[in-house]
Design a protein around this ligand. Structure first.
Ligand code: ADP
Ligand code: MG
Length: 550
């Protein structure tokens, strides 16, 4: 039930401008949808967001009376008096967002709490109009003409690309901190981000950061009892940490939430970074999601009008707990194991002392950071460094799996994966093979599958969504050895990217390791790794006679 806050409570609420730019509208509407218990939140933006922002949720919705109250000032269902401020567990509590948005835009709210019919509330230039509307349970808020009557505000906005980028980073932050909720972001009709809402951190990471990051990410979950002064309280820290091989120049990719509120908390971000410590090269920052939950009385969300920072009763207890949770998680067996076997250049090129067919080859240079050039007798060898590295990785993996087999690890809680109709058909056709690889999958219905276990060769767990790739691998391969198809795929993800700069020493090691492979002349997918140009080609090209120098 929505009520109006009394004067005492209002006076205690951090005052400030809620709507400074389109991204602020998105934050408020997304937080309202999360507070309403939405499982899916769809956000659609046109241009820089001033033209249109629409947020659709499938949360609890509102009845007619509440819908009409919601756009009034200081009305909220989340707080009844000033004492509740101490223990507020919802994201909203000020009852200010909807009226503040309506003050600078046209706001149309369509909602239904599950009753026979829904309600539409339109607020335009201070005029409110309430009418019945057809809508299933949930809420749609459409904000159009933002800042139309505030030319100064509008002028202060950055380019549409920058404003949309701000919106994207807000949605990404929430999507990563709430992997249990499905987020879909569209810009001008094009889908730009979509998370599965499976509850699995790695799956959300895959949607936001792609395969390289998600393939080298481990989730963690710790709980402990800590004391602040004489009080004891439960402290839970969980999330997902990307292996240090994945790094960024800035701390923006450390996604933090405190008691469910995603925010750019600088102290916690620093604590996460310090937890990585020297695992990261100088000046690099990690990609990570870290959620902190602590007793609500220990946190004050009411210190910052835009809610970017929080107050902690004892911030050093919090930052120390975060730093050591991250450090411990990074040193656990799983990550350490995958670090050993990380396919990054350093480790996969560590010398093994085998004979290399390229022992007599001298690296003489590189071309465009893509190719290594070598002198080999009377030939010039051109080695594709990406393909070469895939070959090296693949043979290492194959060897290790031959010894130890492919482990499977449980996905807890099970992840939901959607398959397109053709994928579902291929899955059904290859069920047994896929199960033998370590996937445990059951059908939920209408294209949705539940993944309960995934293959984890050498501790490198597949993302549940990799099921889609494995299905096509298994279907495409002649299926004589589907396991091999999967290893090939795995070998190719974290390889040197085309364009990565190799040092002279790294280039030399790469050539040496390639030469020690069983099949050095092709990548796992059969493309060549080495091209040879004979000296004759130069001789002819330069119009010289063979063998003559000078
Ligand atoms: P606050 O979130 O601080 O309470 P808002 O102005 O954002 O204030 O919203 C006012 C009230 O409207 C909320 O307390 C809530 O009861 C209701 N409300 C807003 N958005 C939604 C939504 N998406 N679903 C259900 N209820 C909503
Ligand atoms: Mg709100």
């Amino acid at each position: 039930m929505i009520r109006t806050l009394d004067a005492e409570t209002r006076a205690k609420i951090a005052a400030g401008e809620v709507v400074a730019r389109p991204a602020s509208v998105v934050i408020e509407l997304v937080e309202n949808a999360l507070d309403a218990g939405a499982e899916t939140i769809r956000i659609a933006v046109d241009g820089d967001g001033t033209a249109r922002i629409r947020v659709v949720d499938d949360g609890c919705g509102m009845n007619e009376k509440d819908a009409s109250l919601a756009t009034e000032r200081h009305t909220t269902s989340k707080l009844s008096d000033a004492d509740d401020l101490e223990t507020v567990e919802t994201l909203g509590f000020r009852g200010e967002a909807l009226p503040s948005i309506a003050a600078v835009a046209r706001l149309e709210l369509t909602t239904n709490d599950g009753g026979e019919r829904g309600t539409r509330v339109l607020v335009e230039r201070g005029q409110k109009n309430v009418s019945p509307a057809g809508r299933g349970r949930g809420t749609t808020v459409e904000v159009t003409g933002l800042f139309e009557e505030r030319p100064a505000r509008k002028k202060a906005l950055a380019s549409p690309e920058t404003e949309f980028a701000r919106i994207t980073s807000i949605v990404t932050r929430y999507a990563l901190c709430r992997p249990d909720v499905r987020f879909v972001l569209r810009h001008g009709g094009r889908e730009t981000l979509s998370t599965p809402g499976s509850g699995d951190f790695t799956a959300a990471m895959l949607a936001c950061y792609g395969r390289d990051a998600a393939g080298q990410a481990s989730s963690f979950d710790t709980a402990q009892v800590l004391s602040v002064g004489s009080e004891r309280g439960e402290f839970r820290i969980d999330g997902v940490l990307c292996h240090p091989a994945i790094s960024r120049a800035r701390r923006d990719h450390i996604h933090v939430s405190v008691n469910g509120r995603a925010l750019a908390e600088p102290r916690i971000r620093r604590a996460v970074s310090e937890g990585y410590g020297t695992l990261l090269p100088d000046g690099r920052e990690p990609v990570a999601v870290v959620r902190v939950s602590l007793p609500p009385e220990w946190v004050d969300h009411n210190v910052h009008p835009a809610k970017d920072e929080v107050g902690f009763r004892d911030s050093s207890v919090v930052t120390q707990a975060v730093e050591s949770a991250v450090r411990d998680a990074l040193s656990t067996a799983d990550l350490a194991r995958s670090a050993d076997l990380a396919m990054d250049l350093d480790s996969s090129l560590s010398a093994r002392g085998e004979e290399s067919v390229f022992d007599d080859v001298a690296v003489i240079g590189r071309f465009r950071d893509l190719y290594v050039l070598c002198e080999a007798g009377d030939e010039l060898l051109i080695i594709d460094q990406h393909a070469a590295h895939e070959r090296v990785n693949y043979e290492r993996l194959r060897e290790a799996v031959a010894d130890a087999g492919i482990d499977a690890v449980e996905v807890d809680p099970p992840a939901r994966v959607r398959l397109s109709a053709p994928e579902a058909a291929l899955f059904e056709a290859n069920r047994e093979t896929i199960a033998n690889l370590g996937f445990s999958v059951s059908v939920v219905g209408s294209g949705t599958y539940r993944v309960k276990a995934v293959p984890a060769p050498l501790g490198r767990a597949f993302s549940p969504t990799a099921l889609v790739d494995v299905i096509s691998d298994v279907a495409a391969g002649d299926a004589s050895d589907p396991r091999d198809e999967v290893l090939k795929d795995l070998a190719c993800h974290p390889s040197i990217k085309a364009g990565d700069q190799l040092s002279d020493e790294e280039a030399r090691k790469l050539v040496e390791r390639l030469g020690a492979c069983e099949t050095p002349y092709s990548c796992p997918h059969g493309r060549p790794t080495v091209l040879a140009l004979e000296e004759d080609a130069f001789v002819r090209g330069f119009g010289r006679r063979s063998g003559r120098r000078g």
